[in-house]
Design a protein around this ligand. Structure first.
Ligand code: BDP
Length: 716
């Protein structure tokens, strides 16, 4: 009786799970869930994944590849392929020119990180071969094979190869030493600094697996707003412990260095980059770091920006500073990533101009192991920005892209906004710095120069929360970033499909609608926050919610009114020759095209032009009516996302469905808030009546102004 009872209970559970989509998941496994494939897919694969063959002693990296394949195929097929040294029918073979020359041929173009996947028959035995020049390539190949299977590929006709187009594919953690995270919306820092170096959280290994699965090969552990302590012995030991865990996964550790570290530690009398004692200090420091971390990647530096110290404090240039550090790490093949995110309020020039003004004249003066790291746009990680004019404009300097993965300005981890679409938009922009076209992606790839450094950095959205990123869909931004760092020309839509197939199910009834939602989501945010080229209207400090009215902050360029310049007559920032002329920093064809509002892409209109409220838009509406239409569209799109998600309920496990549904409810509410507060404010300035049929904001402008969020997360 009791057995029957239990069986019944189990059946009820199973049925419930099937109705709800599947067993509940908390998101910890990211896109590496390796759930059992359906029976048909399993039997199609079965003869192809019976064993794993690697000849010789596996290095820790090869071992990581083997373990992942065992975990992955074990999960998807229900049977762990046994490690073997004999080529047997159905084996997956890991081959390098050193371990199995006969199976690892024609890999010249793949470099040290690329891989080849192919199905072949050798002496009557069907084999799936992962071939690469190095064990790191094998690891990337192993993940690529698992991704292929996880997204529905068959193993019978596999024949692909891939190599990264950028050398440095990095995460930048803005993690503080007290474990808070600047602009972090996913709990505390994953680095449990206090317990390091003794306690190495197992989560670090899963972090390494996730990054390696995307091809990410470096990570800056600490905030760009750095502290001197990070370069003292106890903290170097902590970083070394993390480096030990990440190393087998091909991930190097880097640190953010505070310019004035030696001075603040009272070990020098100045931080002047040209003072011998300063250079000597950094040389000794580099020696010390490399003794603890032999493959240390190098330094990331935010200098003379937002109050951070830097070489300009001593009337030296960014190049003087970067080169001094670069000399210290050069003997170890270390690099320096020097950020171009600089602006100073003492200068009354348009903030959007300042990075270019400071860095362009330095082109050609940096040492070869320096990269200048440039944000995607000239202001600051806004929901939409035109590409940064430095891309394509510093031909003698390797430039590294800096994207933000954490959504500081796009609704934190609450709003759904698939950033793959945003990254793709920037990467595909044509800088027009060369006849025939020169996209931002091509600038980064730097094909003309061959051996120069190339790279991309993403400000991480990873924290201590079980689901890593604060929401399930924010995992997709980490995913898309990593895959685009491997191939900046990849398609955001295709990456969304890959992610959705692995994160939920390859069932097209799910991937189709999920991908459509993702592709819509970023545009929705732009529509309800900052349409038609508006920017930086967010709440002071924390950047949560609308605050276009703010005009009282210490520095002019921290005030939203600085960016929209709305008055009775019109709205928008004139960056043409009649205004700040920031437009002149772009290549001539762009500068010409955007000089006229009628030939400026509508999405950038108010970024470059100050226009009358009655300006006639191509739609036939006035600018004022168009702006409102965008706000309404954004709210509609947020509601649409919520409705579409509801329809997916039968296919998604109850927990992840509910987590996401709850967040979408908040997004709908906050989209409405953005719309109402912005319309109320701009109406108070323009004095315009609402167009017919438009709903008045729900509350008064004073109400929206009265909202304060002193405890909003992420201020670091
Ligand atoms: C801004 C962030 C600030 C960062 C800064 C940076 O609000 O927290 O320190 O960027 O990139 O967007 O240095």
């Amino acid at each position: 009786m009791r057995i029957i009872g239990r069986a019944l209970a189990a059946m009820v559970l199973l049925v419930t799970a099937a109705v709800a989509g599947a067993v509940e998941e908390d998101g910890y496994e990211l896109w590496m869930r390796y759930r059992p494939l359906d029976k048909a897919a399993q039997s199609a694969l079965q003869p192809r994944a019976t064993a794993l063959v690697y000849s010789g002693t596996a290095s820790p990296t090869a071992q990581a590849a083997i373990s992942e394949l065992q975990r992955g195929f074990g999960g998807m097929l229900g049977k762990v392929p046994a490690a073997d040294t004999q080529l047997r029918n159905g084996a997956i073979v890991l081959a390098t020119p050193a371990s199995m020359p006969e199976l690892a041929k024609g890999l010249e173009a793949l470099g040290s990180e690329g891989y080849q996947l192919r199905s072949t028959v050798v002496q009557g035995k069907k084999l799936t071969v992962i071939a690469a020049n190095s064990d790191k390539g094998l690891l990337y190949g192993a993940f690529a094979l698992l991704r292929a299977v996880g997204t529905g590929a068959k193993l019978d006709a596999l024949n692909t190869s891939s190599a990264p187009k950028l050398q440095l594919r990095l995460l930048n953690h803005w993690d503080n030493l007290d474990r808070t995270v600047e602009r972090g919306y996913a709990g505390e820092s994953i680095w449990d600094w206090w317990r390091l170096p003794d306690i190495r959280d197992r989560r670090y290994t899963d972090y390494a697996r996730a990054n390696a699965s995307l091809g990410i090969n470096g990570t800056v552990l600490n905030n760009v707003n750095s502290k001197p302590e990070i370069l003292t012995a106890p903290w170097i030991a902590k970083a070394a412990a993390v480096a030990d865990v990440l190393r087998p996964y091909g991930i190097k550790v880097y640190l953010s260095a505070r310019w004035s570290t030696p001075l603040e530690l009272k070990e020098t009398k100045t931080a002047d980059p040209l003072a011998p004692e300063v250079a000597e200090w950094w040389t000794r420091k580099a020696d010390e770091i490399y003794r603890a971390i032999p493959d240390f990647g190098g330094f990331l530096v935010k200098a003379n920006s937002e109050g951070q110290p830097g070489p300009q404090d001593y009337h030296r240039s960014h190049a003087d500073g970067a080169n001094m550090l670069a000399r210290a790490v050069a003997p170890y093949k270390g690099i320096v990533m020097w950020r171009a995110f600089v602006y100073a309020h003492e200068k009354p020039v348009d903030r959007a101009r300042q990075a270019y003004d400071e860095f362009k004249p330095l082109d050609g003066t940096f040492l070869p192991n320096v990269m200048v790291q440039v944000k995607n746009g000239a202001i600051d990680f806004q929901p939409r920005e035109p590409f940064h004019p430095l891309f394509g404009a510093m031909p003698k300097t390797p430039l590294m892209m800096e994207f933000q993965i954490t959504k500081e300005y796009l609704g934190f981890s609450t709003h759904m906004a698939y950033l793959g679409a945003m990254y793709e938009e920037t990467l595909r922009e044509d800088t027009q710095q060369k006849p025939g076209g020169f996209t931002v992606a091509q600038v980064l790839e730097d094909k003309d120069h061959g051996q120069r450094l190339t790279g991309m950095a993403g400000v991480a959205n990873i924290g201590s929360e079980r689901n890593w990123s604060g929401s399930h869909f924010d995992q997709a931004n980490w995913y898309a970033y990593g895959r685009l760092a491997w191939d900046p020309q990849a398609s955001a839509r295709e990456l969304a499909r890959e992610w959705a197939a692995q994160t939920f199910t390859p069932d097209p009834r799910v991937t189709g609608p999920v991908v459509d939602m993702m592709m819509l989501s970023r545009e929705a945010v732009v529509n309800y926050m900052t349409p038609i080229g508006l920017h930086h209207l967010m709440g002071t400090g924390h950047h949560h919610g609308p605050a276009p009215w703010v005009d009282s902050l210490g520095r002019p360029d921290w005030n939203p009114v600085y960016y929209h310049k709305a008055d009775r007559q019109g709205v928008g920032f004139d960056r043409t020759a009649t205004g700040s002329d920031a437009l002149a920093q772009y290549a001539a064809p762009i500068a010409r095209q955007y000089a006229d509002p009628r030939t400026t892409p509508a999405k950038y209109l108010l970024w470059f032009h100050h226009l009358p409220w009655d300006y006639a838009m191509p739609s036939g509406r006035t600018l004022w009516a168009e702006m409102i239409a965008h706000y309404d569209q954004g709210v509609g799109e947020a509601k649409d996302l919520r409705a579409r998600w509801e329809k997916l309920k039968p296919f998604i496990d109850a927990r992840r469905h509910e987590d996401t549904a709850n967040l979408l409810d908040v997004q709908v509410k906050e989209a409405q808030w953005w719309r109402d507060a912005c319309i109320a404010y701009f109406q108070s300035v323009s004095g315009k009546a609402l167009p017919q049929g438009v709903k008045a904001p729900a509350r008064t402008l004073d109400y929206y102004k009265s909202l304060h969020f002193p405890y909003a997360p992420g201020r670091g």
